[in-house]
Design a protein around this ligand. Structure first.
Ligand code: AHR
Length: 341
C-alpha cells in the first residue's frame, strides 16, 4: 500500500513539473500501450537502465553487456535509456522508470553529485537502485542498494607507478619530465579518480611537471582538439596521460599531424585507460605505451546482485571489478583475439 501511495505521489510531483508524457518517452508507447506492456511484463523482472551515452568504445561495450545479460530468456525485460551525456536526461529517465513501476533501476551516473532528490523518489516508491560503473555522492546513506564498478583512483595511481618504473628503466628518472593530461568528463568518477590517483604519484616526483590539464569529455573528437591545443601551447611534452582510449586515438592523430611521434620509440610517452581492443591494436602498432584496464562487462555482476536481492539476501555496499594493465613489452596479439571488447 505504501508503495502505491508513493507512486501516486511521484506521479503528482511529475505532473506539477513538465514531464506529463514521460512514460511514453522511455517505452515509446502511449499510456494505454504502457499498461498493455505492464501486463506483458508479468513473469519477468523489469529493469530500467539509465546509461551515460555512447561517447566511447568502452561505453558501447558496456551497453552491449546489459543488452546481452538482461534478456527475456534470462527472465528480464530491459528498458534502456540513453542519457546522451546529460545528467538531466538521466534524471528524467529515472522518473519515467519510477512511473512505470519497474522492479529495479540501474544507474550509471554521468557525474557524482546531484542525485539525492531522484534517489529519494525511487526509495519512496520502493524501487531498489543499483549504481554501476561511476559512483554517486549522496548527503544521506541508504539511497541505493550497492555500487559496482572500477577503482578509478587505483587505475590512476597504477599509471603513475608504471611511468616511474618506465622512466627508471630508460635511465630518465632524474630528468625533468613534462606531462599533460587529457581529462574525461569533469565531475565523473572516472575523471576524478584517475586525476587524483595519478596526481598523488606526481607529488612524489619533484622532477615531474604537470604543464596542463583539460577535459576532452571522453570523446575522440574532443581529445584531438585538446591535444592540438596542448601542442600549440607546449613544445616540450614528454608524457600524455589520456583518461580514456577514445581521447587517446584523437591525441595520437593530433601528435602525428603535428609531425611528432609517440608510443614505442616515439617523442611522447602515451598512457591511456580502458584497454579496449582497438587501443591494444594501436599499442601493438607502436602508438601507445601503456593502457590501464577499465572493465565494461559489468552486467553479469549486476545480474548476480539482483538474484541475491530477489532471494532476500543482502549485498556488499561497495563492489570492485577485477582489472589489470597492458604495456608494449607484453605479447598482446593472442590476447586481443580472445578479448570481448
Ligand atoms: O566510466 C567509465 C569511463 O567512461 C570509461 O573510461 C570511458 O571510456 C567511458 O566513457
Amino acid at each position: 500500500v505504501n508503495r502505491k501511495i508513493s507512486i501516486i505521489l511521484t506521479i503528482a510531483m511529475l505532473l506539477t513539473g513538465c514531464c506529463g508524457c514521460a512514460k511514453a518517452a522511455v517505452s515509446g508507447q502511449s499510456s494505454a500501450g504502457a499498461s498493455a506492456q505492464e501486463d506483458s511484463n508479468a513473469g519477468y523482472i523489469t529493469v530500467g537502465f539509465c546509461q551515460v551515452g555512447s561517447e566511447s568504445d568502452w561505453r558501447i561495450a558496456c551497453s552491449n553487456s546489459y543488452k546481452e545479460e538482461f534478456t527475456e530468456v534470462n527472465g528480464y525485460r530491459l528498458l534502456f535509456a540513453d542519457g546522451e551525456g546529460k545528467q538531466e536526461n538521466q534524471i528524467k529517465s529515472m522518473r519515467e522508470f519510477i512511473l512505470q513501476d519497474v522492479d529495479y533501476i540501474l544507474l550509471d551516473p554521468i557525474v557524482e553529485t546531484g542525485w539525492d532528490a531522484v534517489l529519494k523518489e525511487a526509495k519512496s516508491a520502493g524501487i531498489p537502485v543499483i549504481i554501476c560503473d561511476r559512483e554517486v555522492k549522496t548527503e544521506e546513506d541508504g539511497l541505493y542498494e550497492c555500487w559496482i564498478g572500477s577503482d578509478f583512483e587505483k587505475e590512476g595511481r597504477n599509471a603513475g607507478k608504471w611511468l616511474a618504473d618506465y622512466l627508471q628503466s630508460k635511465g630518465r628518472d632524474q630528468e625533468k619530465i613534462n606531462i599533460v593530461t587529457i581529462q574525461g568528463t569533469m565531475g565523473s568518477s572516472a575523471q576524478l579518480g584517475r586525476t587524483k590517483g595519478f596526481g598523488d604519484v606526481l607529488k612524489e616526483h619533484a622532477n615531474w611537471t604537470m604543464l596542463g590539464q583539460e577535459s576532452g569529455d571522453f570523446t575522440q573528437a574532443k581529445g584531438q582538439e585538446v591535444m592540438e591545443d596542448f601542442l600549440r601551447k607546449y613544445h616540450d611534452i614528454d608524457v600524455v596521460i589520456s583518461e580514456n582510449d577514445n581521447m587517446t586515438f584523437g591525441a595520437v592523430n593530433a601528435i602525428q599531424a603535428a609531425g611528432k611521434t609517440c608510443g614505442r620509440n616515439g617523442d611522447i610517452v602515451i598512457i591511456s585507460f580502458d584497454a579496449v581492443k582497438t587501443a591494444l591494436q594501436s599499442m601493438i602498432d607502436g602508438n601507445i605505451n601503456a593502457d590501464f584496464e577499465c572493465n565494461p562487462l559489468l552486467a553479469p555482476l549486476v545480474e548476480k546482485d539482483i538474484e541475491k536481492l530477489q532471494a532476500g539476501e543482502s549485498l556488499e555496499k561497495v563492489q570492485y571489478i577485477d582489472e589489470t594493465y597492458f604495456d608494449d613489452t607484453m605479447d598482446l596479439k593472442s590476447l586481443i583475439t580472445e578479448r570481448k571488447y
